[in-house]
Design a protein around this ligand. Sequence first.
Ligand SMILES: [Zn+2]
Length: 510
Amino acid sequence: MPKRKINHEEVLEYVKSLSFTQFKEVVREYEKNHSVQLEGELNSIIILDLQQRLQVLDVNKCCPSCGSPCRQKYGKRNGVQTFRCTDCEKRYTLFTGTILEKSRLHWDIWVRLLEMTLNDYSVPAMMNVLKNDYGLNGLEPRTVWQWRMKLIHALASLPLHELTGVIQIDETFVREAQKGSRELVSYLSNEERKPRYGRVPSKYGVMGSEFAAITTAIDNRGYSICKVTSLGRLTYDVFVSEFEEHIIEPAYICTDANNIYRTYCEMRNIPHYEKPSNYDKILSDNGYDPSTQMKDSIIQKLYELDMTDHIYNMGRLSYKEFKELKENNKLSLARVNELHADIKAFINVKMKNVSTKYLQDYIGYFCFRRNWRVDHGRYPTSRIDAEELFVSILKSKVNYTIAEIEETKLVLPTPTKKYLAELKKETATARYVTNDMKFEFEEEDNVANFNKREYLLSLPKSRLYDIAKRCGMKKYRKLAVYSLVSALLRQPDLRTVIYQMMRENKTDSR
Ligand SMILES: [Zn+2]
């Protein structure tokens, strides 16, 4: 049978089906046989191909400035079709505002870059693949790193899930002294404070400016939102502005004892399950022993004294009612604790050589992948996953220019001069009253702004009782929380007692 000659259309169909590498081989072959140079043509074909794909995806179907669909073709530059909006007269191309705007790599290369990013390739490993599989020689590591950063930022910027039902919320902290976070901006001048590399201790403690707080919320389906919210402790206003829009019809909000969440739930009348972070210690301090018959009655007694976990904003619940609601709705902090363990592992592994100024992007990316896993039962890793995600990125039109990457700073509220002066003064006091010249405040100490009332109100009742006892107060167990706090504030030894207790806690955990 004679060989059939394929026609022009069939050749084009065939060419379309080729991967970039295969296609490049065909072009090189053609160049060899016809003694021509096709490098320029190769680039125009890449650009043509990308524009066709963007068109199919309806990217920039309307004017990116005003949204009008009315436009005229306005000439081509280097193979890129320009349009002019007939409403606002701005000019644009299909690439305008997309991740491809300044980096028009072949589609296959972008998809491969994303696939490698999702599979945690290092920059040198990526460079190897690009060189061996795509013939991209002489790439700068910085360039490849920037491409990866663009992709991470884009995934981090995709729309967040709404959280609903039972939502657990808590903060976790990233220490500056941790590897990879070493560039966290320090607001104390060099003279006052040496950077905490390895074993060199900070002179004035490590709280406040030296911690980045990551606030996290997770619902009972497993969807989560994680944001770097502050240096030092979270404030009510920041929490509301960063999370309120994502919390839809919550059935319960579960947190540890923290005024921010208590106020938030109270003002919106949301049932609030609150579990003190030293729950286990409260139990064991009060004779709880899981092996005895007595265990339930001890918990009930502590519940009735308002010393353990509670549900607020639902009226006064009997212990039986409380227990039922807690079990039926699975009220706990287990999911958010698991999320924090994942974040710590992610930061320790993935952020080893990454500057903290990209922490926001990395946390957003972490959160995106974890939510994707909720939908798919696994993490995105395949080429098909990568291509689907790349389409989402193009459609979302998130772009991060190289200049933006280079100029990125971890933008967070900065501590005031007043706060820093306070930190210095209080550290000196704490060192004096504890007789420990190495005393430092830590994030667990929860002294956001050294306001004693706020500090006391953030403590669980059992802790307030401890303080009252140590201050030599009588009959403090009869007082409601607010009166107890007011009474404590009148105690002359209050500060000494608090700092001494903080020190004892540190020694406990050392
Ligand atoms: Zn327009």
